[in-house]
Design a binder for this molecule. Structure first.
Ligand code: PEP
Ligand code: MN
Length: 403
């Protein structure tokens, strides 16, 4: 309780001082999920309001429960940090079949007992109806659906069917592919089975090309999902996004700065010996340091001077955006006129040399203006695609459209 009061006090003080503060105290971690505000009082998964004293939710624990002794050692390190929920993989969806696939149902007996003994809540991953039955039988507090399960509407439905009527809190990880609708579909399927204690876990998306992270964050997807479902808490899983324990603190902070409601973090007493995901798990000490190093940033509605500065800059952005739209519209009208000429003289629509020249000159100009190349490329591709599509439309026999 002392830790919680500390948190609250700091949060209130920070609002009073109206500035960004750093809560650099290792003991500022949740003791119990006791949200203190309004609706969240009933919620198993609260939405974070650090400036109002509701802490980010912490799910922490090993990737896999390995043996009772190993799990107990990890828990002993973890318990003083009082996670809101302990995670433990019992059935592991491994990419290759010759890897450790989890201890299976028998592990539920000891993960339940060892967490209960310490007054900790427990979540396990379920990927099949039979696993859900086992999880229910052993009285877990919550379950999560992994990225390889969310991706499959049949499985999501089957799992929902077994959970129906239990009121079980469910964490839904994003599907492995960057498909927002599929993620939304999993939420809606759970809701159709009457499961309303839901939270989302952003764990990144499988990369197509070699990438700096195990899974690409593609922050725009969870941001859009939160816009569509602002009622659902969104937690971030920096362990599976980065695949690298050294990067986890940085990503845990990014999650806070992007207003996530909590984290799911993999923690193991001896990560290098872990039987799965050895490279990305934190030790309990590293978790304590990570939490202690988090900077909580608060909006500051009282600061009039700041509000005026923001407003002025935003007005400039609005004007520039308007100009950009205007320019884009003019540019596409020119594409239309080019299309008319090409059609009249029976030229092919795609002009590879011209496209090559556009890329080359724009890259050079953009670089000299400090534009990020990958951003610029996306924009050029989009614009080119739209121009081509418009010209293709013009070439259709029934087309008499003007832009
Ligand atoms: C896990 O949480 O250990 C796991 C398998 O995660 P994901 O479904 O995100 O790959
Ligand atoms: Mn894992």
């Amino acid at each position: 309780m002392v830790r919680y009061t500390n948190f609250l006090l700091k949060a209130v003080l920070s609002s009073i001082h109206q500035r960004t503060i750093s809560l650099q105290h290792p003991d500022l971690v949740p003791v119990n999920p006791e949200p203190i505000l309004g609706k969240s009082e009933q919620a198993f998964f609260p939405k974070a309001h650090p400036d109002q004293g509701v802490r980010p939710f912490l799910v922490a624990g090993p990737c896999s429960a390995e043996t009772p002794e190993r799990f107990e050692t990890t828990l002993d390190g973890l318990a003083p940090l009082a996670p809101d929920l302990v995670r433990a993989g019992i059935w592991k969806p491994r990419t290759r079949p010759d890897r450790f696939e989890g201890v299976g149902a028998e592990g539920l007996v000891w993960v339940r007992e060892l967490t209960q003994r310490r007054g900790l809540r427990l979540a396990v991953e379920v990927a099949q109806p039979s696993q859900v039955e086992q999880a229910l039988l052993h009285g877990v507090d919550a379950v999560w659906l992994g990225a390889r399960t969310t991706v499959n509407p049949f499985l999501v439905d089957e799992i929902g069917r077994v959970l129906a009527g239990t009121g079980m809190p469910v964490l839904l990880k994003n599907p492995i592919n960057p498909d927002l609708e599929l993620w939304l579909g999993a939420i809606e399927r759970m809701e159709r089975w009457g499961l309303t204690q839901l939270a989302l876990v952003h764990r990144g998306f499988s990369p197509f090309e070699p990438s700096p992270y195990r899974n690409m964050p593609q922050w725009e997807i969870p941001i859009e999902l939160r816009r569509r479902r602002p009622d659902l808490p969104m937690y971030c899983d920096p362990s599976h996004i980065t695949g690298n324990a050294q990067l986890v603190p940085e990503f845990a902070q990014i999650a806070l700065d992007l207003c996530y409601d909590g984290w799911m973090l993999e923690v193991h007493h001896s990560p290098s010996d872990a039987w799965s995901d050895a490279g990305q798990q934190l030790t309990p000490d590293q978790l304590r340091d990570t939490l202690g190093g988090m900077t909580f940033r608060f909006n500051d509605p009282e600061n009039q001077e700041l509000a005026a500065q923001l407003q002025e800059l935003r007005a400039q952005v609005d004007r520039l955006d308007h100009d950009l739209l205007e320019l884009m519209s003019q540019r596409l009208k020119l594409s239309h006129r080019l299309g008319t000429l090409k059609k009249e003289y029976d030229l092919p629509i795609l002009q590879p040399k011209r496209w090559e020249q556009i890329l080359e000159t724009r890259h050079r100009e953009g670089a000299s203006m400090g534009l990020n190349l990958s951003f610029l490329n996306k924009w050029l591709q989009l614009m080119h695609q739209e121009s081509i599509q418009r010209q293709l439309d013009m070439y259709r026999p029934d087309s008499s459209k003007t832009p």
